[in-house]
Design a binder for this molecule. Structure first.
Ligand SMILES: C[S@@+](CC[C@H](N)C(=O)[O-])C[C@H]1O[C@@H](n2cnc3c(N)ncnc32)[C@H](O)[C@@H]1O
Length: 251
């Protein structure tokens, strides 16, 4: 097994930043965001979202910006909510979880981020990220998250298991904000959307990653037929590909 070098990771990071910059302005406009700390999003991206893959041209962490801006707006519109309940499927190395933790912290808000992954956050299976490059060995998500330890301890609760099984019986309070990026299957996303939506009130948010995937588009479109949400599809140009994200707001 060969691990990437730090230099390789820094080159991919530059590609990722360039990819993000193509559509970042449009995303900022959509969320009415005039300025933000892009260095912080980049720092989180470098550690947790830049990784070696076959098509190195499509490195990107634009979904981090989308989550960050959407959560900023949600927090501004809901200053009365004292404890924000966030739900996420698909923890992976924790990029999106840390983005949401940073956003809560930066806005001086309390809350919890319940994130779910079938893979255990302590399993040393990551070999293509910056942490693996620096240590030249396989690392776990928890190893990758070391630079963000205080945010992790303050806000993030890791849940391990198959959401297709867990969500059938798991009880939850109102979910204010959800990011769905776990099992990329039609039936799984349907289950997740129904699970979240039955708890939500007016103004609450669901973001669906990878809306460009046919199965996920079908599940989202069918779910939206219930008429309970307004929505927009956001697009990001990533290398040669266009990635799509569905942004849903409860009516
Ligand atoms: C695209 S990654 C998530 C990326 C992450 N949200 C981020 O922004 O860094 C998808 C993750 O979903 C997890 N996953 C796939 N099927 C799952 C299931 N049935 N239950 C829970 N997690 C699942 C995978 O193990 C993988 O880590």
């Amino acid at each position: 097994m060969t691990f990437p070098t730090e230099n390789e990771m820094l080159k991919l990071f530059e590609i990722g930043k360039k990819n993000n910059s193509i559509t970042l302005g449009d995303i900022m406009k959509y969320f009415n965001i005039e300025s933000f700390n892009n260095n912080k999003i980049d720092e989180i991206g470098l550690h947790l979202q830049v990784f070696r893959k076959k098509d190195y041209t499509n490195v990107s962490f634009l979904h981090g910006h989308i989550i960050h801006f959407s959560l900023i707006n949600y927090l501004k519109a809901n200053i009365d909510i004292s404890n924000i309940n966030i739900f996420e499927t698909g923890t992976a190395r924790g990029f999106s979880s840390v983005i949401m933790a940073y956003t809560l912290d930066n806005m001086e808000r309390s809350g919890i981020i319940n994130t779910f992954d079938i893979k255990h956050y302590n399993t040393k299976s990551e070999s293509d990220c910056l942490c693996a490059a620096l240590k030249q060995q396989r690392v776990s998500s928890i190893d990758c998250l070391e630079p963000f330890k205080s945010l992790v301890e303050k806000y993030i609760k890791f849940n391990v298991g198959d959401t297709n099984r867990i969500l059938k019986t798991r009880k939850t309070d109102r979910i204010h904000f959800a990011f769905l990026d776990g099992d990329h299957k039609y039936s799984s996303l349907k289950l997740e959307l129904n699970y979240v939506s039955k708890t939500q009130k007016t103004g609450d948010i669901i973001i669906v990653d990878d809306y460009s995937i046919t199965e996920l588009k079908k599940a989202t479109d069918e779910f939206l037929e219930n008429g309970n949400y307004t929505w927009d599809i956001l697009e990001g140009q990533v290398g040669k590909k266009t990635r799509k994200y569905a942004h849903l707001k409860k009516k």
